[in-house]
Write a protein that binds this ligand. Structure first.
Ligand SMILES: *[C@@H]1O[C@H](CO)[C@@H](O)[C@H](O)[C@H]1NC(C)=O
Ligand SMILES: *[C@@H]1O[C@H](CO)[C@@H](O)[C@H](O)[C@H]1NC(C)=O
Ligand SMILES: *[C@@H]1O[C@H](CO)[C@@H](O)[C@H](O)[C@H]1NC(C)=O
Ligand SMILES: *[C@@H]1O[C@H](CO)[C@@H](O)[C@H](O)[C@H]1NC(C)=O
Ligand SMILES: *[C@@H]1O[C@H](CO)[C@@H](O)[C@H](O)[C@H]1NC(C)=O
Ligand SMILES: *[C@@H]1O[C@H](CO)[C@@H](O)[C@H](O)[C@H]1NC(C)=O
Length: 792
């Protein structure tokens, strides 16, 4: 060990003199290079190429091979792109014949060569660095381990790959890869680290090697040497340097550089492209189902000069990382909240971009609609971030958006939902409270530093701000009502509710739990309320009341009716809800006119989402037990909101999930209710299936007195129609549905799964929601046992 150190010490002073003196070819064992600013390197005999260290900004040194005679010193191979070597690092050609890169402390960073038989190393005039034996045959060559570049005479064997660097000056492994696969003999380019479909590939097979001919062409050769595919067809004279590189934008390009230009003046002529790059338009080539595409999430790709892709953010979005435009975009505003989407609808507007699309990421589609409709459905859906309208079809998409592109071949228009309020720009969700205060502080200090004559104005301002501040907080402290410790629910006195409902006079409806009255809260923004007076609560339910209220109070979903507060006073147990002006789904569906199919789709999806929330996403699992159109209410935008959730427990006797008294409503009840079987979330799935059928057909599940008895039980009839491939019968001439039969069929199949007699066969609400969105395939459902038989 001491002797190695000694050799190094001895060699050190020699290097600066030895190297520039003359181009050398054979490098003897025991030679080394130090990473410092003396630019020491080993050169090829012509002097065209050098092997050694290049300083990369302030990050450290790259062990590399480069074109040495041109001012750019363009790198064609590198060893340690992922981890640059610190100043003082060293590359040794050891006496045992290995090539070892170690840092200033002697720690090994990279090494190649087993050592056996190596007699010397050389950097050849092709740019290949080799470890060779006595006979001159190569035991290791940099050409067999390419980085991002291939050179004339270089051959890419099967199962070798080249990987792009991360960016122009960052040599870390980047986002793209080119490889020749042995399994099918095809060349393909794909993204990394997530591998999905290739964005460019050959398909004829038989590829054995990718050959970069000295004269310019780059082609795929079969085992017998015949050309099976020409990738680059340019011919280049020998007065040029050449290289072909998979660049950090994912495009494979071939370049030339005139040798004499570099010789004569030393003035840079630069590299110029030969032949057409591959792929010729990476923006439109990218269409992978996994990963973000060329430009990262939420951004879009547009082809610029020289077929170079540029990554841009939609209006209202900005780069995730301003120093790396290929790393995606993020919205500059807080996305629409699903908690109070109804209130927030007018806070958002649409930015339009023509010829733009994010081909995937859609979760819902509408056919035969216009742009206005498309914009409206996106604005009114808190999940929708972008809608695409093209040829009368509207796709709703949610973030993260992938493979974005803007190109004349795309057509159509992207409708991008952005916040109207510029003041929410760049406010991180966690710090929003602090930021709200900021303008006040600025105003305050400006005033303070100016004339004392403005004191009066200052006082007025402070008063105004104080007033506004308190006004902003209002929803939390309405009329000084005590706030429930668990949530923002209010606690009302019986007297207050008696006044609000005018003595419980205007009846809105009668449900399983009691009568619902309309009421008005004076001096409250949310003035109209629905007051539900509970009856028939068991003594156990009574004890549970507070607990249940806290559970319900913590639920918060755009498709649930919001519980504003409650009253627990003496015998009175009263719930106060938001008033829903459009009544129930029952009125909407079974009233006179047939509602729009697309509205019905939205309602089905909304109900599914809220059940998914109650079952899986709320803090405590809630089984509704009484899903039916009468319990699904509609707000002013006809958004479906489930009511009466969380109440079933108050009416249960005993702790078990087996009920002695059948809850719920005939026709929507799962068979387990009649068989003393355990009650699980699957009872809600069953009821949802029936409601879904009613939404599809705009009629009740059981309708007596029909001419055709076969149609009496909806679920039986629809299954028959489905089974006989006669779904045309159930749409009843509905034009919108006829244009959307694929979805009608899918929805029918989902409903059939939901109403399976065996609860374990029914899908979870999560699966249901995914199937409705079209995110998951729906398999062929077995026949659900008929409704009649399930009554036994
Ligand atoms: C090493 O290269 C850098 C950049 O090319 C140059 O500025 C510097 O003068 C060179 N140092 C020596 C000792 O040649
Ligand atoms: C390099 O070394 C090999 C093997 O030792 C030898 O055959 C060859 O002549 C040497 N080349 C030069 C230019 O010294
Ligand atoms: C290069 O990019 C990678 C990936 O983003 C990053 O981790 C690394 O720090 C970058 N290297 C330099 C020298 O900037
Ligand atoms: C490859 O280059 C050689 C000369 O080096 C030439 O004779 C040959 O025709 C070229 N092959 C192809 C396929 O271009
Ligand atoms: C070489 O192989 C390819 C692909 O297998 C085949 O199409 C071609 O006929 C072969 N050529 C010769 C000369 O054998
Ligand atoms: C918000 O910004 C947009 C674009 O910069 C501008 O057109 C609009 O008038 C601004 N709105 C408000 C309320 O300042």
């Amino acid at each position: 060990m001491a002797s190695t150190t000694l050799t190094v010490l001895l060699l050190l002073p020699l290097l600066p003199f030895a190297i520039p003196a003359q181009a050398q070819s054979n490098i003897t064992l025991g030679s080394s290079l130090i990473a410092d600013d003396r630019n020491s390197s080993w050169k090829s005999s012509s002097g065209d190429f050098a092997f050694g260290f290049q300083r990369i900004g302030n990050g450290g040194f790259l062990l590399a091979i480069w074109f040495d005679k041109i001012p750019e010193k363009t790198v064609i191979w590198f060893a340690n792109g992922d981890k640059l070597a610190p100043q003082g690092s060293k590359v040794d050609l050891t006496r045992t014949g290995s090539l070892v890169l170690s840092d200033h402390k002697g720690e090994q960073l990279w090494a190649r060569g087993t050592g056996t038989g190596v007699s010397h190393a050389a950097i050849l005039d092709t740019g290949n660095f080799v470890l060779a034996d006595q006979t001159g045959s190569n035991l290791w060559e940099s050409f067999n381990e390419p980085s991002d570049t291939i050179m004339p005479t270089q051959v890419l064997d099967q199962d070798t790959k080249i990987v792009s660097r991360y960016s122009a000056m960052n040599y870390s492994r980047g986002r793209f890869e080119l490889s020749l696969q042995s399994k099918d003999g095809n060349l393909n380019m794909h993204t990394r680290p997530v591998y999905d479909d290739a964005y460019w590939y050959t398909s004829q097979g038989y590829g054995y090697q990718l050959i970069f001919n000295r004269t310019g062409p780059i082609y795929l050769a079969a085992k017998n040497g015949s050309v099976v595919y020409t990738m680059m067809s340019g011919t280049v004279s020998s007065t040029n340097y050449q290289r072909a590189v998979l660049e950090y934008d994912g495009v494979f390009r071939q370049y030339v550089y005139p040798k004499d230009a570099s010789l004569s003046s030393g003035r840079s002529m630069g590299w110029s492209p030969v032949a057409s790059p591959v792929p010729s338009n990476i923006c439109t080539s990218m269409r992978q189902s996994i990963g973000a595409g060329t430009c990262g999430w939420n951004s879009y790709c547009i082809l610029g000069d020289n077929q170079r892709p540029k990554c841009r953010c939609p209006l209202g979005y900005s780069y995730m990382d301003p120093s790396d435009e290929m790393n995606g975009c993020k919205p500059d505003f807080l996305p629409q909240s699903c908690d109070k989407a109804m209130l927030e609808t007018d806070l958002f507007r649409i930015n339009e971009m023509i010829n733009t699309d994010w081909p995937l990421s859609d979760y819902e589609r509408y056919d035969n609609v216009d742009e206005d409709f498309c914009a409206q459905v996106c604005l009114s859906d808190c999940l929708c971030d972008v809608a695409i309208i093209r040829d009368g079809t509207c796709w709703k998409k949610k973030m993260p958006l992938s493979n974005g592109k803007m190109d004349p071949s795309v057509g159509g228009k992207a409708l991008i939902k952005v916040s109207k309020d510029n003041s929410t720009l760049n406010i991180p969700p966690a710090g929003s409270k602090k930021d709200k205060n900021r303008p006040m502080i600025i105003v305050g200090s400006v005033i303070l530093s100016s004339s004392a004559a403005l004191n009066l104005i200052l006082i007025l301002l402070i008063l105004l701000i104080w007033f506004r501040f308190n006004h902003d907080k209002k929803p939390e402290t309405v009329h000084g009502h005590p706030i429930n410790r668990f949530s923002s629910m209010l606690s009302f006195t019986y007297e207050e509710l008696r006044v609000a409902t005018g003595g419980f006079t205007e009846e809105l409806g009668k449900g399983a739990f009691g009568v619902v009255y309309k009421g008005v809260l004076t001096s409250n923004e949310r003035s109209l309320i629905a007051v539900k007076v509970l009856e028939k609560i068991t003594s156990e339910g009574d004890r549970e009341f507070k607990n249940e209220m806290s559970t319900i109070g913590r639920t918060n979903h755009r498709n649930l009716v919001e519980l504003i507060g409650f009253c627990e006073e003496g015998q009175h147990r009263i719930l106060v809800y938001d008033f829903m002006p459009n009544g129930s789904l029952a009125d909407f569906l079974f009233g006179g006119s047939r509602p729009s199919w697309f509205k019905r789709i939205e309602i089905a999806c909304g109900v599914a989402r809220s059940l998914l929330y109650l079952h899986e996403e709320s803090s405590k699992q809630i089984i509704h037990c009484d899903i039916k159109p009468q319990n699904i209410l509609l707000d002013e935008c006809l958004t479906a909101k489930i009511s009466d959730f969380g109440l079933a427990k108050l009416l249960m006797t005993g702790q078990t999930r087996t009920m002695t008294v059948v809850r719920g409503t005939k026709g929507y009840l799962a068979p387990e209710w009649f068989r003393s079987l355990p009650i699980s979330v699957k009872v809600d799935v069953y009821s949802f299936g029936i409601v879904l059928l009613e939404l599809i057909c705009c009629r009740k599940n059981c309708e007596f007195g029909l001419k055709d008895e076969a149609q009496m039980i909806l679920s039986d009839w629809v299954y028959d129609c489905y089974h006989k491939e006669e779904l045309g019968l159930i749409v009843d001439g509905d034009e919108e549905m006829i244009g959307d039969m694929k979805r009608v069929r899918r929805f029918v199949m989902i409903a059939m799964w939901c109403i399976q007699e065996d609860p374990s066969l029914r899908p979870s609400m999560k699966k249901v929601a995914q199937m409705l969105d079209g995110a998951v395939e729906v398999s062929v459902p077995p026949e659900p046992a008929s409704f009649i038989s399930s009554l036994q």
